[in-house]
Design a protein around this ligand. Sequence first.
Ligand code: NI
Length: 186
Amino acid sequence: MVLPIYVYGQPVLRKVAEDIAPDYPNLKELIDNMFETMDKADGVGLAAPQIGLPIRVVVVNLDVLSEDFPEYKDFRKAYINAHILEVGGEEVAMDEGCLSLPGIHESVKRGDKIRVKYLDENLVPHEEVVEGYLARVMQHEFDHLEGKMFIDHLSPLRKQMIKGKLNAMLKGKAHCTYKVKTVGRK
Ligand code: NI
């Protein structure tokens, strides 16, 4: 089922998300719905707060990038109780967008090497070092679990430049091709 994506201004996007228990009800269905919602919106990642749930669940699809990055062929993964343990490597700037910030694309600097821990879809625990594009996507998505969005990384000047778009979202205006839930609208 495709779910509406919560847009900037929704308080859930600013909450620190909680770990879930292994018996969290209908987890498989939730993950399936998150994949479907992300695919419908042509996203490469989606975090549970973006569908209104303050829990630490993220889905990522890098298969869409496999033309440029062959190593990501068939890469579709869910991350449960995900946490970043360490950010390092070289600081790299790259354009980012977010399904909860339609129409905004800005350059964001992030380290290109991280250490993360999470449970996979079968609730098997992993701790690994991740590099490159995936490290960027994970930082963007896992930021959502801390109540952060990519615009928080921008300089005051860049923030000023996008203020009009952000204010429009706070008034319930969001122009995009997928179903959204803005503040003040059902
Ligand atoms: Ni995002």
